[in-house]
Design a protein around this ligand. Structure first.
Ligand SMILES: [Zn+2]
Length: 301
């Protein structure tokens, strides 16, 4: 958190802004207990997560990829929306401002926090959306929170075998590393199937995989919101904002005179020092900072 002066300045801007955008990344879900995709937590059972989140991986071994997503769905269902998610949900329901949240997260926590669905754009999709893989079919199921999705996926979300070991006083026993649960070989019949297609087409997670385009509809709507009229303020939350298209949103809003407020555990020193014009930095946990800084608009949570 930086000085009280800049908090006051930020809140003056906040309360006089008519059009506000929040751009949200994985950092917001960290305090709900969900790891970020990259970094040291980027492995699942010795697979690089980035290798599993591709159309090729699904084509080669849909059973493996579904077990990975079953694990992610399970973890997200165990997690709860935090006060940062709730703060944005409050913003989304306010009268008197025009507001959108652009979320790069697929964990569904922002929806579960009660965010208005009309101004929430999940530009990377959601692990709780299911889509048919057939080109001939456009079946989509949103907000499917069932777990496990099929009987064969039961238990596959457990990362490690929990072996019942006798309690021992010997220290070396405590250091035995846990064994990964083996990955099951699952046939396509055992995986989620489209309820509409007669030929048993597979369903896939409704997320944007590496190498896939972003969904045109939401991207168009976000573009329109940013281009139609000037945005007064963009809140950049739990994301470095350096990946396309997130970086372009911030750049475009700034270029048209909008102000920027960054909420992250890692912020450029120049921003923290107040050397970047019309930009505030609030360093720390967004789940703590958002309720505090947005209080003049959303009240006490
Ligand atoms: Zn289908």
């Amino acid at each position: 958190m930086n000085s009280g002066k800049s908090l006051k300045e930020f809140q003056e801007k906040l309360t006089t802004s008519r059009r506000i955008v929040a751009l949200v990344g994985a950092g917001l879900s960290v305090s709900s207990g969900l790891p970020t995709f990259r970094g040291s937590q980027g492995l699942w059972k010795n697979f690089n997560m980035i290798d599993l989140a591709t159309p090729d991986a699904f084509y080669i071994d849909p059973g493996l990829v579904w077990q990975f997503y079953s694990w992610r769905r399970y973890n997200a269902l165990q997690a709860r929306p935090n006060k940062g998610h709730v703060a944005l949900a409050k913003l989304s329901e306010l009268d008197g401002i025009e507001y959108i949240t652009i979320s790069q997260n697929v964990d569904g926590l922002q929806r579960r926090a009660g965010h208005n669905k009309d101004n929430l754009y999940e530009i990377h999709g959601s692990i709780f959306e299911l889509r048919c893989t057939s080109f001939m079919c456009n079946f989509v199921a949103k907000d499917n929170f069932k777990h496990p999705l099929t009987p064969a996926l039961q238990g596959t979300e457990q990362e490690y075998d929990v072996k019942s070991r006798k309690r021992s006083l010997h220290e070396e026993d405590a250091s035995i590393s846990p064994q990964f649960k083996p990955i099951k070989e699952l046939s396509e019949e055992e995986l989620p199937q489209c309820p509409v297609c007669k030929d048993g087409s597979l369903l896939r997670p409704g997320v944007v995989w590496f190498g896939e385009p972003l969904p045109l509809g939401p991207i168009d709507q976000v573009d329109n919101f940013i281009e139609d009229e000037d945005v007064d303020l963009v809140l950049v939350i739990g994301t470095s904002g350096t990946v396309y298209p997130a970086n372009s949103y911030v750049d475009r809003i700034r270029a048209k005179g909008g102000s920027v407020a960054v909420f992250n555990t890692d912020i450029d020193q120049e921003i923290l020092d107040g050397k970047v014009s019309k930009t505030w930095g609030f360093k720390g946990d967004a789940a703590v900072l958002l309720p505090l800084t947005l209080k003049p608009l959303i009240g006490e949570l």
